[in-house]
Design a protein. Structure first.
Lengths: 319, 337
């Protein structure tokens, strides 16, 4: 019995140790020399660095902040734990940062700590996922429905108004999955584009490949694959390539530089639509707030289309 | 002991159906029959469907081979999914980013996986920590290492330069080779690798004294120790072998994705355990075999494929898979009288 208890304790200690190792509470820049204009410290609370997209968000913030020597950004990673993120917000408030950027894990439990930060006089920028109520300075996020619709319209145009499409969906219990689905259906509505089969690949590349293999076995003609993320489109491409089926177009979403954009450059995907992280925009808004300029309460980011024709110019902005 | 009361021996087919192998085969035949009925406009009868089913089941199957060894010894290995991710990340880094040749990438990846297995095995056998806890710790630890080694990003053919831009390199020949098909495009290389793993596990279990030791330990560890079986060594070797198979699976995973994903393999350990148990190998240890696991792998692999070609929605798939696993295990239980 005591041995069992000991082993449980060992595991707990191990996980605590691991959690400690992963924490990235590092300052992005050394504090600048005194005598410069007023120096600002921004606290960035990220909900989970386990996703490449969120790693990219921090990267974008870091890059944008590096342009401004009077900014220091302190990064916190809550490792997908709501209570940890709540503690991070409280830490940032008590260390009296000048502004907080938060990409919250979920709305309900984080609304209250953010409101308290606002009460303490610290402006808060909310990134990507919304909070309840309106006690924050500014919300910056993209609209998955709009992106899905843009993808649908591009696909309808590309196929000349008619064709057979396979839709590989993300996790349909998640809002991005639902919005990328309904937006896409709106985009192709009224055209001759026909979704012949749809399957959930849960954002995972191996699952996308599996579902695509099934679709290939079943349908002799497939014109295009629309996947809710780029790894999904890549998995479908691998399946079609292995089956020797050319003449299929592949469209994905997210357009991370090392994923979707790379795939378009390598000729694997035909198009990808960026789901912007808003990192750079957050730093822009932060500077405005800190300098006393007004910012809109809600900033909805547009998407960017990357295809063969514009990939070398860095894509094309869509409204 | 059960036939002492029955006057005439039962017919051969009844005996066969009462055996674990017969029951596992029956489950597979039922799933295949379901596929023949719900054939998705004939897609089930195409040769390519079966080739793809075998390819998809291969990574899980390779894990199930190692899992069979561990489960027969009375243990369990929860770490294999994370070890898949760790070796996939390491292999992708070595093959794509560092341009190592295949003869260095393969052994180095196998060493990484085997080391994970050996450590977990030593913790459970040497320090007598329960296998569930020891391998759970290794599962968390290896996942952390995978994230650390990859920097949290997928290790892909888009390589980041020092200034933050990306350059694009080719998929290494090793990955292309593993993801190929041979014999006139009729057999995936990963399936061949899976079958080799099955053969190796069969040799170890049936033709080597180590296999007998594992059965003895799983049946009654104390009795095995008293009869002079090197319990600790045999158990550590079982976990090491499981790590080795997980490394092979990791290489196959990386080759098929053309990248090393630190999130790969999450939940694979549970699929592998389900495959072993559906085959009829007892979670209590001491009973089972690799042939049964092969049947279990095919049963779950085909079930998955049939649900996929019929485009059954996700909710229905999960419910059906759960029901069928329980049904298959129930038929296995009935023979214990």
């Amino acid at each position: 019995m005591r041995k069992q208890l000991l082993s449980v304790l060992a595991v707990a200690a191990l996980s605590a140790l691991l959690a400690g190792c992963n924490k990235s509470d590092s300052a992005a820049q050394p504090p600048p020399a005194a005598g410069a204009s007023r120096h600002y410290t921004i606290g960035m609370s990220q909900c989970n660095l386990g996703e490449p997209w969120r790693v990219q968000m921090n990267e974008d913030i870091r890059t944008a902040a590096a342009q401004h020597p009077d900014l220091t950004v302190v990064f916190k990673d809550a490792q997908n734990d709501t209570l940890k993120q709540r503690a991070h917000i409280e830490e940032l408030v008590s260390s009296k940062v000048d502004l907080i950027i938060i990409s919250p894990k979920e709305a309900q439990p984080l609304t209250e700590p953010v409101a308290r930060a606002m009460d303490a006089g610290i402006p808060v920028i909310v990134l990507d996922r919304a909070l309840l109520g309106d006690k924050f300075t500014c919300f910056i996020g993209a609209d998955n429905k709009k992106i899905g619709k843009a993808a649908g319209q591009w696909i309808a145009k590309k196929l000349g108004g008619k064709g057979k499409v396979v839709e590989l969906k993300g996790l349909m219990t998640s809002t991005p999955g639902q919005d990328r689905h309904t937006g896409f259906r709106e985009g192709i509505d009224g055209t001759g584009v026909n979704v012949i089969t749809e399957a959930e690949m849960k954002w995972l590349e191996p699952d996308a490949r599996k579902e695509m293999e099934s679709a290939l076995a079943r349908f002799d003609q497939i014109d295009l694959v629309y996947a809710h993320n780029d790894p999904g489109a890549h998995g479908a491409y691998l399946a079609a390539k292995a089956a020797g089926r050319d003449n299929i177009l592949f469209v994905g979403i997210d357009a991370l530089p090392q994923e979707g954009v790379a795939y378009v450059k390598q000729g694997i995907l035909d198009a990808t639509f960026r789901y912007p992280t808003g990192g750079a925009e957050a730093i822009d808004a932060a500077l405005k707030i800190l300098n006393g300029q007004p910012v809109p309460k809600k900033i909805v980011l547009g998407t960017r289309l990357f295809d063969k024709s514009n990939i070398d110019q860095g894509g094309e902005a869509l409204p | 002991m059960s036939n002492s009361s029955s006057p005439a021996p039962p017919p051969a087919w009844k005996l066969f159906l009462a055996s674990p192998g017969g029951r596992a085969l029956l489950a597979l035949v039922l799933v295949l029959a379901a596929g023949a009925i719900f054939n998705a406009d004939g897609a089930f009868f195409k040769f390519g469907t079966h080739r793809d089913t075998l390819r998809q089941a291969s990574v899980y199957g390779i894990l199930a081979c190692g899992m069979t060894l561990v489960i027969i010894s009375g243990g369990i290995d929860l770490a294999v999914g994370s070890v898949v991710a760790l070796t996939a990340v390491c292999a992708a880094r070595m093959a794509i980013h560092w341009n190592w040749p295949a003869w260095q990438v393969v052994p180095a990846s196998l060493v990484v996986g085997t080391a994970c297995g050996t450590i977990a095995g030593w913790i459970t056998a040497g320090w007598r920590v329960q296998p569930f806890i020891a391998t759970l710790a290794m599962m968390v630890f290896a996942r952390g290492l995978a994230k650390y080694a990859s920097g949290g990003m997928k290790v892909s053919t888009a390589v980041q330069n020092a200034d933050g831009t990306y350059r694009y390199v080719h998929v290494p020949p090793l990955f292309n080779y593993i993801d190929r098909r041979i014999l006139g495009e009729n057999l995936s290389v990963v399936t061949v690798i899976f079958l080799i793993c099955v053969a190796l596990a069969w040799l170890a279990l049936s033709r080597h004294c180590w296999g007998r030791y594992l059965y003895a330990i799983g049946g009654n560890e104390e009795a095995a120790r008293l009869s002079g079986v090197p319990v600790v060594g045999a158990k550590v070797c079982a976990y090491a072998a499981s790590g080795l198979f997980a490394a092979v699976a990791g290489l196959c995973q990386a080759a098929q994705e053309q990248q090393g994903d630190p999130e790969a393999g999450a939940g694979y350990e549970l699929v592998a355990i389900a495959m072993v148990v559906i085959g009829g190998t007892s979670l209590m240890g001491g009973r089972g075999g690799i042939g049964l696991t092969l049947l279990g792998v095919l049963t779950i692999g085909y079930l998955d494929k049939i649900l996929s070609i019929n485009a059954v929605p996700e909710a229905g798939r999960l419910v059906l898979t759960g029901v069928i696993i329980v049904a298959a295990v129930m038929t296995q239980r009935r023979r214990r009288t």
